[in-house]
Design a protein. Sequence first.
Length: 387
Amino acid sequence: MTRILVVDDEPDVELIIRQKFRRQIREKQWQFDFARNGVEALEAMRRTPDIDVILTDINMTEMDGLTLLKELREQYRDLSSVVISAYGDMPNIRRAMNEGATDFLTKPIDMADLENTISKSIEVVSQLKDARRSHQEKLEAEAANRAKSRFLADMSHELRTPLNAIILYSELIMEEARDVGALDFVPDLRKIHLAAKHLLTLINDILDFSKIEAGKMMLSLETFPAFEVIHDVAMLLHEAFTRGGNEVVLDVPSDLGEVYADATRVRQCLFNILNNACKFTQNGKITLRARRVVVEGREMLELGVTDTGIGMSAEQASRLFQPFTQAEPSTSKKYGGTGLGLTITRHFCEMMGGGVSVASEEGKGSTFTLHIPVLVVEHELSTAVVG
């Protein structure tokens, strides 16, 4: 129900208003309160701060309508004020508008005009409240997001320290087991080692994502041979390739030359899309292709990974680069992962001035293509926001 405060010192105004708008009052659409001057109006506002519309005269004792408008403008923002006065000259209209009035009606009151004006004022107030609510919700969401990012960063850091110790000690114990001939323990120790490394990868993804959201992710640019970086990543994933029974094709020329970019992030991006191919392809074929190409007049290192795995529909592919999202909700249960790897990959590529794209067909496989500038220019570094 909309609450309307009428401020007028004429004794007949309340009777006229209640009679004219009796239907709205009876149906509890509008509720009217009345005050005889600005002082009483402010007191009514303090008692009932949820008033939406004020109809006020100008010439009143104790506090006139223009002074009241000024007080209302300073104290109440989600409010529509309409001046109703016999002083319909332009200076008074201008003064009323300058003090925050949204409309001006002259006496004697045209009741049909007043009803339309009240309806328009209610709509204005509704829009103001919606806009302010949306703004407040946005501020709260941003604050919650910052708190989440800080929590993720702090927790990820705390978890990485003991995990690194587990990885190190599992490696040492495996070596000791081999040295003393306790080979039966090695397979179980290897499982511990692999599980800890997998968990560390997931935690690193969360830490990277929290830094990206907080705008604290920085690049470290250096010159490096492209072939060596690509070859290192492929060798690192050798076990993942063979574990899935996949045929692997490396179409990577040795003369790719040097690239000036963040070598660590390039490795991470390539690792993510290759690891993705391994995860979703069983007894199939995975092809890694690297080329130097020109895209929109700029020389790029193009890295393409094609698999014959489960593939995706166009609708699934459209959600692929959203944080914590995989092609299907059931995918994370079956194949694991945080759903952050591709989001992070896209962000790193865009930070360096490149990008990532995907072409896929359900049941037939996918092709991910990375573009990294051969020469990343520091002053062009993107600050693209994840989302």
